[in-house]
Write a protein that binds this ligand. Structure first.
Ligand code: MN3
Length: 233
């Protein structure tokens, strides 16, 4: 009973408070990261069902994500990085201890990930569609390549759509909590779309069927967020 009540409260808050919904736009991504805030989930735990189940969402957000955040904040204070923008930290991540890399990545990556999913079916905005067609040939080809990156990442990690310094879109995958902003990855860029392929993101519902989880991701992508992130580069 206690647990159900908690879910209801969180779900209601996520719908009622405008600040939470704005996590989806890039301007507010920046606002969130400026003060290293712990943002509320922009939808209820059960909002992405049947593609992401409520139990997974609750554990993922309230335990895994909270854990990365708390450890990052503790490490950041120790390293006097509490006021340093995440982009700056990641640009010199090779100078930082593992705790900053793993937990700072965990905090940042999940924040992007929550924001680029939505229970509301979205069409791909024209600007983003044109960019995907230009750099991948077609939207379907892009989805195919991104899905492949997500499905073939060995062990825990992430799949990404990012934009490089020249404005070209590219797909990559990173291990653990690394991301395309870090100066240790093969291809650096600004991430636009994130997909978590750690087992904790899907195992309760999909067990070993990561491919099914990845294919279902396309039903809940918030293309407006991706478009906003591209527009604000
Ligand atoms: Mn995760």
């Amino acid at each position: 009973m206690e647990r159900r009540k908690f879910i209801t409260v969180v779900g209601t808050a996520a719908v009622a408070t405008p600040v939470l919904g704005s996590l989806a736009s890039c301007a507010s991504d920046k606002k969130t990261f400026e003060g290293h805030k712990f943002p509320a989930l922009p939808y209820a735990y059960n909002a992405l069902e049947p593609y992401v189940d409520a139990e997974t969402m609750e554990l993922h957000y309230s335990k895994h994500y909270r854990g990365y955040y708390n450890k990052f904040m503790a490490a950041a204070e120790g390293a006097t990085l509490a006021d340093t923008p995440m982009e700056e930290i990641f640009a010199k991540i090779s100078d930082q201890p593992e705790g900053i890399r793993n937990n700072g990545g965990g905090y940042y990556n999940h924040t992007l990930f929550w924001g680029n999913m939505t229970p509301d079916k979205k069409e791909i905005p024209a600007e983003l569609k044109a960019a995907l067609e230009k750099d991948f040939g077609s939207v379907d080809k892009f989805k195919e390549e991104f899905s492949k990156a997500a499905k073939t990442r060995f062990g825990s990690g992430w799949a990404w759509l990012s934009v490089d310094k020249k404005g070209k879109l590219f797909i990559s995958s990173t291990p653990n909590q690394d991301n395309p902003l870090m100066n240790i990855v093969d291809e650096q860029g600004k991430p636009l779309l994130a997909l978590d392929v750690w087992e904790h993101a899907y195992y309760l519902h999909y067990q070993n069927r990561r491919a099914e989880y990845v294919d279902n991701f396309w039903n809940i992508v918030n293309w407006d967020t991706v478009n906003d992130r591209l527009a604000s580069v």
